[in-house]
Structures are given as structure tokens and as C-alpha cells.
Ligand binder design. Structure first.
Ligand code: ZN
Ligand code: ZN
Length: 332
């Protein structure tokens, strides 16, 4: 099969021909139909996340058709359309796993990081961590739900129930979260880079009631803010924008250093929290909710062998919505 392979951090992915993987016990062999590109993939490829297996096939928002079920698989059969998220496996026995916090598992393994992901024509996945994909979605449109959607949804839950929600960085996750928040009758204030008027227009088209630069003072006092951009300097800005009791949620896996700030920004029972990975329950809840809203994803599709170009476009901020890779061999 063809796969885009990372040999070393900081290098371009290489288009290679490698063996189609064989599903082990409890695993599915999937024919990849689409694989979303996430900012986390950039942090892996660029070496900001430092523990990938190598060589590695990245990609953790995989939509695939089941080609073969390994021994002992329950819940899926050949021909099912399934999704594979970032959480690829957990130990099932650590203090986090046994207290409904498997997202914090000490021995978790991650798709497209510690096991091969979906920048390929085929992949395998532990069936216990795969999701059924609602029939309402095309594979390319479902792919961004699996990380941008899931992590975004978890971030929104962490933000509490406040009505006025700020979102910093308007990419794949933000465009999905905005649709959920608007459906929940909240107001969304979208912050982008100063010059990014396209991003601001996009945010308004997704339902944001205001969009502007992160450096502008907010038009209202916010109840909560979610930061998806990996820029630490946004944390004090967001703290300044939320009122007393406000929450600032950092939704990314990586962020540049947060500059020091006066304690008074945190005073008034404001809080800062990060969102780490996902649980399977997040996935089940969110994938049940998505078609009811219904969430529509805005995607830019690239052929599999253009993965480097797609990553470059994401790095430069040229993607409106989410980038998705599709192999030539996809059938739907
Ligand atoms: Zn565990
Ligand atoms: Zn991701």
C-alpha cells in the first residue's frame, strides 16, 4: 500500500510502499476513506511532541471501511464505516482508567503517534477504541469530527455553561465548537490573528456573533474562553477578557510558553484548565449529537500524496475549516 511516512522529526513525509498491516487480536483492518489533518500532526511532524514511534505513519482522524476483523472483535463487521480517534489504547487498570478518566491514562497509546495512523491506504486499529460513524456524513466530512470535533466538544464542556463564549484561533476545532455553542443558544466571540479577515468572515458565517483580532478589547465581558491557537501569550489576554468566575480552557496539546502575568488577572476565582485527550464516552456522546444539530464541516480535500502540502497549508493558516487527506483507493 501507499503511505506517507515520517522517518525523522523536522523532515518532509515520504511517499512509500509498505506492507498492508495485518490485524492482530481485537483489531480491525480498515481501508482508509479519509483522514483529517490536525494541528497535533504538525506538532508531531515538526518535533514539538517528542515521543513518536519511528518510522511513523501519522494521522488520527481516520474514517475507514472494515476490511477484516481480527480474532475476538465485537461490535463491528466487514463493510462497516468506522472512525479512529487519537486515543488508540489505554491500560484499563491505572487510577485514571478505573475512575472514568481514561484520557489521562499513564500508559495510553495514541493513533498516528505511538501506532501507525491514517496517512495511508490501510491501517489497523484496536476495535475497542473505534466509533461507528453516523450515516449522515460523507467520510471527508466526518473525519474532522474525530479530533477537532471531539476535543472541541470536551473543551466546550470544560468551559462550563456560561452564555458568552470566546474562542481564540478559528480553525477546525473552532468551526465545529461554534456550531455546537450556537445550537446551545450561546454567543460566540471569535478571535483570530489581526490580519486574518478571511478567518473572521468564516467565523461569522459559522454563527459567531462577533469576530475580531485577539488584541482588540472584547465587546462584552466573557463567561468563558477556549484557546485553540498554540500561542501562550493568549492566556493572559483571555484571562483579561473573562469576568469573575470565568474559565479559560486551553484546548491544544502543545502551546508556546505562557508569559508571566499579574495575579489580579487570575483573582476573582478565574481559572485556567487544559484539555488532555479524549475518553470514549466523549466520542459516543459527540457523534450522537453531531447529526442532530446537525454539524456541517467545512473541509479542504487533498490527495494522500499531497500530505506535505496540506501540512504546509495548515502551518501557514491557509486552511479554512479542516484539511482532509483522501487516498486514490478510497471507494466512497
Ligand atoms: Zn490506564
Ligand atoms: Zn488531533
Amino acid at each position: 500500500m501507499h503511505a506517507m511516512v515520517m522517518e525523522r522529526a523536522g523532515e518532509r513525509l515520504k511517499l512509500e510502499r509498505i506492507a498492508i498491516p495485518i490485524p492482530g487480536s481485537g483489531e480491525l483492518l480498515l481501508k482508509v476513506q479519509a483522514c483529517g489533518i490536525c494541528r497535533t500532526d504538525l506538532h508531531v511532524v515538526d518535533g514539538e511532541l517528542t515521543a513518536p514511534k519511528l518510522p511513523l505513519v501519522p494521522g488520527h482522524q481516520i474514517i475507514g471501511l472494515v476490511q477484516e476483523c481480527g480474532q475476538g472483535v465485537i461490535g463491528f463487521q466487514d463493510g462497516d464505516l468506522v472512525g479512529v480517534p487519537w486515543l488508540g489504547g489505554t491500560c484499563g487498570e491505572c487510577e485514571y482508567c478505573v475512575s472514568d478518566r481514561e484520557n489521562l491514562c499513564n500508559r495510553a497509546i495514541f493513533t498516528g503517534y505511538q501506532r501507525n495512523g491514517g496517512f495511508a491506504e490501510y491501517c489497523t486499529a484496536d476495535a475497542r477504541f473505534c466509533f461507528s460513524i453516523p450515516e449522515d456524513y460523507l467520510p471527508t466530512q466526518a473525519a474532522p469530527l474525530l479530533c477537532a470535533g471531539l476535543i472541541g466538544y470536551r473543551s466546550l464542556r470544560m468551559a462550563g455553561k456560561g452564555k458568552r463564549l470566546g474562542i481564540y484561533g478559528f480553525g477546525a476545532a473552532a468551526h465545529i465548537v461554534t456550531q455546537v455553542a450556537v445550537w446551545q443558544e450561546r454567543e460566540v466571540y471569535a478571535y483570530t490573528r489581526e490580519e486574518d479577515t478571511t478567518g473572521q468572515e468564516f467565523a461569522r458565517s459559522m454563527g459567531a456573533c462577533w469576530a475580531g483580532s485577539a488584541l482588540e478589547p472584547p465587546p462584552v465581558e466573557l463567561d468563558a474562553a477556549i484557546i485553540f491557537a498554540p500561542a501562550g501569550e493568549l492566556v493572559p489576554l483571555a484571562l483579561q477578557a473573562v469576568g469573575k468566575g470565568g474559565v479559560v480552557v486551553c484546548g491544544g496539546i502543545y502551546m508556546s510558553n505562557i508569559p508571566s502575568f499579574p495575579y489580579e488577572l487570575l483573582w476573582g476565582e478565574r481559572s485556567i484548565i487544559s484539555v488532555t485527550n479524549l475518553t470514549r464516552r466523549d466520542g459516543e456522546e459527540f457523534l450522537e449529537l453531531a447529526p442532530r444539530i446537525p454539524i456541517r464541516t467545512e473541509v479542504q480535500v487533498f490527495p494522500l500524496d499531497q500530505a506535505n502540502e496540506a501540512l504546509d497549508a495548515l502551518r501557514s493558516g491557509w486552511i479554512t475549516g479542516a484539511a482532509v487527506l483522501v487516498p486514490d483507493t478510497a471507494d466512497v
